[in-house]
Design a protein around this ligand. Structure first.
Ligand SMILES: NC(=O)c1ccc[n+]([C@@H]2O[C@H](COP(=O)([O-])OP(=O)(O)OC[C@H]3O[C@@H](n4cnc5c(N)ncnc54)[C@H](OP(=O)(O)O)[C@@H]3O)[C@@H](O)[C@H]2O)c1
Length: 276
């Protein structure tokens, strides 16, 4: 059986590749610019949004780990179906459960989920909440200045380790019983953004400052990071909701994997080199 891994150079896709290779599965990895991927992997260069670039990328593929394409998913799914793909495990997002017309991220993921669901291919949807890896955006500031300015530092999130998403992806790809399932995935605990910084501080053994940005300062920083006003508004709404209450925590990772999800303290240990 060959599994095609899209987004193979991404946070989750890279871990999916490594886990599948570790289990002896034949893996084909696709990227627009293949970089360092394990030697056992059949690496192909293609842009999934451009059907002409697919070539024989799907030939002989039975299962696909698919990240959410901004465009071109219909032609990719048609090509996958024609090639005989039997199952797609889609990396969607928690936001897809909130059919809010003003939430551009939710709408993008829902559009792709609906395309997969109507493709005629068996599917599993993974809807993770915020990735722990989002905190890598702080790495340059932490390394250069010993701290970080954070919009809504007291807002909480139950960030998830990319390895947990990858392990659930691999379970869905290799085990029976996951077809038609939608798995909402979060980390095991809701923490403020400031607490995330203090756990990075503990992991690297160095105290770090945090400047909590609110109001216009927070909006300006988010606009610089995201550029799109809709994304900034969506993000501010999310932060404001979790200033006064914990973020939602799901136990699905534990149910699927039979062990609790990795903590952010563990993630910070795993990534301490990124912050030194
Ligand atoms: N960050 C979060 O908090 C969060 C939360 C929930 C869901 N998500 C979802 O998770 C996904 C991102 O996952 P990630 O962090 O693992 O990925 P990532 O690190 O952002 O990397 C994206 C991957 O997609 C590949 N890619 C992008 N466009 C491509 C194209 N047209 N053709 C082929 N490959 C393409 C890139 O490969 P190359 O550059 O090598 O081509 C890269 O491997 C997004 O869909 C996001 O919405 C994120």
């Amino acid at each position: 059986m060959t599994v095609l891994v899209t987004g193979a150079t991404g946070n989750v896709g890279r871990a999916v590749v490594e886990l599948l290779v570790g289990q002896g599965v034949s893996v084909r990895a696709v990227s627009r610019n293949p970089r360092s991927l394990p030697g056992e992997v059949d690496v192909r260069s293609a842009d999934l949004t451009d059907p002409a670039s697919l070539g024989d990328v799907l030939a002989g593929v039975e299962k696909v780990y698919l990240y959410t394409l901004r465009s071109g998913v219909d032609s990719f799914l048609a090509a996958a179906r024609a090639a005989g793909v039997r199952q797609v495990v889609l990396l969607s997002a928690l936001a897809a459960g909130d059919d809010d017309p003003d939430n551009a991220i939710a709408q993008m993921h829902l559009r792709v989920e609906r395309a997969v669901a109507s493709s005629g291919i068996s599917w599993t949807f993974l809807r993770p909440g915020p990735f722990a890896a989002n905190t890598l955006h702080w790495a340059t500031s932490i390394k250069d200045s010993g701290g970080v300015r954070i919009p809504y530092a007291q807002a909480q999130n139950a960030s998830i380790h990319e390895l947990d998403i990858a392990e659930v992806s691999v379970a869905a790809l290799l085990e029976d019983g996951h077809a038609g399932a939608t798995y909402v995935l979060t980390g095991p605990e809701s923490l403020t953004q400031e607490r995330h910084v203090s756990l990075i501080s503990e992991a690297i053994g160095k105290s770090l400052w945090v400047e909590d940005l609110t109001g216009d300062d927070a909006r300006a920083a988010l606009t610089e990071a995201f550029r799109s006003p809709e994304l900034v508004d969506t993000r501010i709404r999310y932060y404001e909701q979790t200033l006064s209450r914990p973020d939602f925590v799901s136990d699905t990772t534990e149910k699927v994997l039979g062990r609790p999800g990795r903590t952010f303290a563990q993630w910070a240990q795993d990534h301490r080199a990124d912050f030194r």
